[in-house]
Design a protein around this ligand. Sequence first.
Ligand code: SAJ
Length: 436
Amino acid sequence: MSYFEDLLKKIESKTAHVGIVGLGYVGLPLAVEFAGAGFTVTGIDIDEKKVAALNRGESYIQDIPTAVLAPLVKAGKLKGATDFSSVAAMDTINICVPTPLRKTKDPDMSYIVNACQEIAKHFHPGMLVILESTTYPGTTNELMLPMFERADLKVGEHFFMCFSPERVDPGNANFQTRNIPKVVGGITPACTKIGAAFYRQALETVVPVGSTRVAEMVKLLENTFRMINIGLVNEMAMLCDRMGINVWEVIDAAATKPFGFMPFYPGPGLGGHCIPIDPFYLSWKTKQAGIEARFIELAGYVNGNMPHFVVDKIQNALNDHSKPVKGSHVHVLGVAYKREIDDVRESPALDIIHLLGKHGAKVTYSDPFVPHLRADGAVPEMAAIDVEQGTREADCVVIVTDHKNFDYPGIVERAKLIVDTRNALKGHQSPKIVRL
Ligand code: SAJ
């Protein structure tokens, strides 16, 4: 029997030993899905705290309830490890490690390289390895394959390699790992076939594509599409502001068009570890190919300017109340990068807090999902304060993240002045409300 047939048999009988490297908001949900489908799954992460929590059956990922995780761990279907020696016993491996950008906006591939180096030490014929981390087109073929292929280990024959973009939307109650269509492209047709068979065991919809580069580019198109359209509406917000037009009303009315339009909304800037970052993987690669992805650069500039635009709005609003920013108390409502989540990575709230501090304002914040902000160069160490206290005492309240459970009517009643960057106070009319 060929390696392909042998591995396909293990996958389809769910006797394959599944490995997931990287147990974050992508890897842990994926591990849970495959363990829930009946596979024995080993998750590997360098963070001992994550691995220890996993082995206690305790979830540390908002979208995975402990009530779902614990029984899988108890049943021995899912366990965590910090070393890679268990790779020797694995049949499949998904790599779900971070792909951050350096400050110079070029890709930091160190997490992928380190993971592959460790896996390669225990790699054996008959394995399927799939990269899920968002990256530039060509990574799987140009960077990963040479780390595994040898004279006696030919891809598509002795082992199989694919790329499959992760599409997790943290906090999305309707779409979670199992019911988000899964794109997968292999280095050879046999790789694509076995990669698709693998995902079909645990996920509802699988979308095979012709190559790893297509699969890598699918992800970048998806996220670049979002980033550019958010940049467009952010620019519209600045144009409408200058022309005294309510941009929110414009977008809501445009959204009544039943075809050919998709609403995006202005905001305080672009947060998260994907949308503001992934498109620059594409522009970095295209520059190497001698072409410039100008839309990406321009959208990055517009989105990056939004925190400054918000602080200008705050400055002008205070000025209209004869108060300089310097010495004024500004209370920030919401510091997570979007509502209903606890993640502050790349959050525009951090830029706004930093800029306000530079202007000499006294800044406090409230966020039910983020009780504590670590100092990170841009912002000092901060602890959230009570919403009522902050909104009553501040000279200006700024809504940066529109968490649902804020008491908006109470905020409007208590606050002296409010800058609303999310249209959270839609329907509230008051001279003390200033909107983007
Ligand atoms: N934002 C706006 N206006 C909008 C939409 C979003 O200002 O109209 C802001 C958000 O406040 C946030 C940032 O953009 O700061 C990113 O928003 P997001 O909803 O794209 O947030 P992510 O990064 O958690 O999720 C995205 C996925 N989101 C959706 O599909 C809705 C998706 O783009 C990716 O699959 C995923 O990141 C990823 O991991 O790549």
